[in-house]
Design a protein around this ligand. Structure first.
Ligand code: AMP
Ligand code: MG
Length: 520
């Protein structure tokens, strides 16, 4: 197994001088060297053929003993020194101090086909940043991260990727519901891949500690490695860097709203500096279209990270990043100016995204109202987001009153559609038909276009749970089936029609299918 190692992070940034793997505050360093934990009986459950070739590996490599050992932490690649990254973060609005890679261990960075990748194990043992945790991950959360990150990629949403999913062969103790009933679960390790795992919190920790030297070091490194077009670091480029992060954050969040993804834990330590979806924890997919929904039980009370608040939370997080960069720039004006552009940019992109979901390409002033009214109507009764938008591509301008029939499968309780609600739907469909008359696309073109932004298949929460339940019993076929299904989320796949369906009733309140905790 031959990887072209090209370490930039450990070469370009200050290391923790203490080599002992003990939990502690790590100062004036961006990372700590640490060796992954040996596991009792590693077993590879699934690999991503796309990521295998993206890293310059072959399918043969992927079935080798070396691959199994390296990507479960049992063997360290020649000429590499694994490390855990130091970062802090605001959790649910409060500064939480040092967090860091408590259970992620970076193996190395590699280069292939002019692309640069950092490779990271999640669940490979303790690090100086493990705080009260054990550094491990359980099978259920690993299946969820593995399947979802690849699914998001194929939906066109910026995300970290996944190379492999393995069992460690060790048991991990978890109190899944935080109710005092801890139980042993199977331990697992996901290998994640991204150009960089740097987060907003990676920078925040140094600003909070008033360590401007390391802060500057890290920002300059980031610009040099990932924002090369900005040129030599200066106050001007720091501002441009901030603007680029703001732009990519908005783009990512608008994609989340498009596909109905709710991250669940948008803390600043989970915000990628590259605008990628990162750290798949208690995330979920909207089934009933509901702005107030969050899958995260920890956030049940205030719903800070609910579906309808994700874009606002992006801005909150960017304020923290702006505060972090302020010491390097010395004046607030430019940062404020960029922050002030956020709402307008996000609204415009959100509107454009919603127009595309409806097949509207001429920019009409009344579109925002039409969309608001749709969002209100969608929330009158439980209406499946994915099925609604997908079926809507069959809407006929000539026959607006057939609209309700076309989207019927999206309603969870047909008998909840009272006469008043039916009337509201019909009047919305009539407005939609009138609006569509201003378009010059044929209905066939409109359908094709709409089907490229409205996925047919997403990783519904219960689907992941079914794959987890089987995997727990040693059956991994469903992981493979869902993995392949979700590679083509916009295609009709007749053999997979059963996955184009509303969440079954048994899954409504089942743990893992509706609500999730952080106990991963
Ligand atoms: P998360 O909510 O998964 O983004 O994690 C927040 C922080 O907790 C990060 O610093 C993680 O590394 C750390 N963490 C989460 N789970 C564990 C664990 N099992 N062991 C050690 N650290 C953990
Ligand atoms: Mg995290």
């Amino acid at each position: 197994m031959q990887l072209k190692i090209k370490d930039t992070f450990t070469k370009g940034l200050p290391a923790d001088l203490i080599l002992e793997n003990s939990r502690r505050q790590v100062k004036k360093a961006c990372f700590s060297y640490v060796t992954p934990k040996k596991t009792r009986k590693p077993e590879m459950l699934h690999t991503s053929s796309e990521m295998i070739s993206a890293l310059g590996l072959s399918e043969e490599d992927a079935t080798s003993k070396a691959f199994l050992n390296v990507f479960t932490g049992n063997e360290v690649l020649h000429n590499t020194k694994p490390y855990a990254m130091c970062y802090g973060g605001h959790q649910f609005g409060n500064w939480a101090g040092q967090l860091g890679d408590g259970r992620a261990i970076n193996l190395a960075e590699v280069e292939h086909n002019n692309k640069h990748w950092a490779i990271q194990l999640k669940g490979a043992g303790e690090t100086p940043y493990s705080r009260t945790g054990d550094g491990l991950a359980v099978l259920r959360s690993s299946v969820r991260e593995y399947l979802c990150s690849e699914a998001m990629y194929h939906l066109g949403v910026p995300t970290t990727r996944a190379l492999s999913l393995a069992l460690s062969g060790d048991e991990v103790l978890r109190d899944m519901l935080y109710d005092g009933n801890a139980a042993y679960e199977k331990g697992a390790i996901v290998t994640r891949v991204s150009p960089s795992f740097l987060r907003f919190g990676s920078y925040q920790i140094f600003a909070v500690r008033q360590d401007n030297e390391t802060l500057k070091n890290l920002v300059d490194f980031t610009i040099k490695e990932y924002f090369r077009d900005l040129g030599k670091p200066s106050k001007e480029t720091y501002l441009q860097f901030f603007e680029a992060v703001l732009n990519s954050t908005i783009a990512m969040l608008v994609h989340w709203q498009r596909v109905g993804f709710v991250h669940g834990v948008m803390n600043t330590d989970n915000m990628s500096i590259l605008g990628q979806t990162i750290d798949y924890g208690p995330y979920g997919w909207l089934e009933g279209y509901d702005h107030n929904w969050t899958p995260n039980t920890t956030d049940k009370q205030f719903k800070r990270y609910r579906f309808g608040a994700q874009i606002d939370m992006g801005l909150w997080n960017l304020y923290q990043l702006a505060n972090t960069l302020y010491p390097l720039i010395g004046e607030a004006e430019g940062l404020e100016h960029t922050l002030n552009s956020y709402n307008e940019k996000a609204q415009a992109q959100h509107l454009g995204m919603m127009q595309s979901k409806l097949g509207l390409y001429q920019d009409e002033k009344s579109d925002a109202q039409l969309i608001n009214s749709l969002e209100d109507t969608l929330q009158l009764t439980e209406t499946d987001m994915t099925i609604f938008f997908r079926n809507l591509s069959d809407f006929s301008i000539e026959d607006p009153l057939k609209g309700l029939e076309i989207v019927k499968d999206a309603f969870y309780e047909l008998n909840e559609i009272s006469d008043t609600i039916e009337h509201k739907w019909n009047s919305w469909f009539e407005r939609y038909a009138t609006r569509l008359q201003k378009e010059d696309t044929t209905s066939k073109e409109r359908k094709e276009n709409m089907n490229q932004v409205n996925p047919k298949y997403v990783l519904r929460n219960y689907m992941a749970q079914l794959a987890i339940d089987d995997a727990d019993k040693g059956d991994y076929k469903l992981i493979d089936e869902l993995f392949n299904l979700l590679k083509k989320p916009y295609d009709t796949q007749p053999e997979h029609e059963k996955w184009y369906a509303k969440r079954p009733e048994w899954a409504r309140d089942k743990v893992g299918c509706s609500m999730l905790s952080c106990s991963s």
